[in-house]
Design a protein around this ligand. Structure first.
Ligand SMILES: [Mn+2]
Length: 279
């Protein structure tokens, strides 16, 4: 079993149907660690306000984390916006799990990484919380309405006058600039704190890149892409792309290759857009 020094996870969204708990369990089985950082949106209380989709595997994830904490793994929970109710418990330890609103992790080679979920650097959730909540509800509804509309249109034998390609292109542009704005804002805040890097989540877009003087790392999610960040015993930090179907690190392109500026952005951008709404 490959042991690592630290594991960083975010955006698991337990309690939703989209949560890839089985893949996460497979990943955890393969990775023991001294530190386990849960960087927010682990449990999706927002979604559970509407309907609870709690599978058996979701219990197993919780049990696994509790068990690790009991056996000496240092577990930190840094709440996100979907589990923000836990934020008021910052500074409190629940048994072996410590809740903090942010934290500094020092790697084996002495580098300091600031840990935060990141929603406070997302201009949408920060200034227009209701848009984010509505968007969250609205996405599923939109998909259903869209399906219904196209069916009605076909029934009436009216050709679509509305350009899907044009619409998608516009969405891609918006999603890409959203990601860059977020990454820049988080990196800037990290720079202000005088740390070597930052590990965050929230936008469901795994990344490992240098922005200014800091290293920006994003855990990605366990909804669309299934990725995590690990620190090895030599202090090396990397993004692990596990893949939705589990079974070992997948051959998915690395975060750098998947950079939103790349030409393959068209297919992944739809994913980004849906994640953005859910993040
Ligand atoms: Mn979030």
């Amino acid at each position: 079993m490959p042991a690592v020094r630290a594991i960083f996870l975010s955006d698991v969204h337990l309690g939703t149907r989209a949560c890839q708990a089985d893949s996460l369990l497979a990943f955890l089985r393969e990775h023991e660690s001294e530190y386990l950082y849960l960087l927010g949106d682990i449990i999706d209380f927002w979604a559970m306000n509407r309907s609870v989709q709690w599978a058996g595997s979701h219990n197993t994830v919780v049990q696994k984390v509790l068990r690790r904490a009991r056996h000496g793994c240092k577990v930190f929970f840094i709440p996100g916006n979907h589990d923000e109710a836990l934020r008021e418990y910052a500074g409190i330890a629940f048994g072996d799990i410590r809740v903090e609103s942010e934290w500094i992790h020092e790697t084996l080679d002495g580098r300091r990484y600031w840990l935060v979920h990141g929603d406070e650097y997302d201009q949408v959730t920060r200034h227009h919380r209701w848009v984010a909540v509505l968007g969250d509800v609205g996405y599923d509804a939109l998909v259903r309405i869209n399906l219904l509309l196209s069916r009605v249109r076909r029934l009436l034998r009216r050709p679509g006058y509305w350009s899907l390609a044009g619409y998608a292109k516009q969405k891609v542009k918006k999603a890409v600039s959203f990601i860059f704005d977020f990454e820049d804002a988080v990196a800037y805040a990290a720079q202000q704190r005088g740390v070597d890097g930052v590990v965050c989540g929230h936008i469901h877009w795994a990344a490992d890149r240098r922005i200014g003087s800091v290293r920006y790392l994003n855990c990605g999610d366990w909804v669309d892409t299934c990725s995590a960040i690990v620190e090895h015993f030599d202090g090396r930090i990397e993004v692990v792309h596990w893949g939705v179907h589990g079974g070992g690190a997948s051959a998915l392109p690395s975060a750098a290759q998947r950079s939103p500026g790349a030409s393959s952005a068209d297919t992944s951008a739809a994913c980004v857009e849906s994640s953005r709404i859910r993040s």
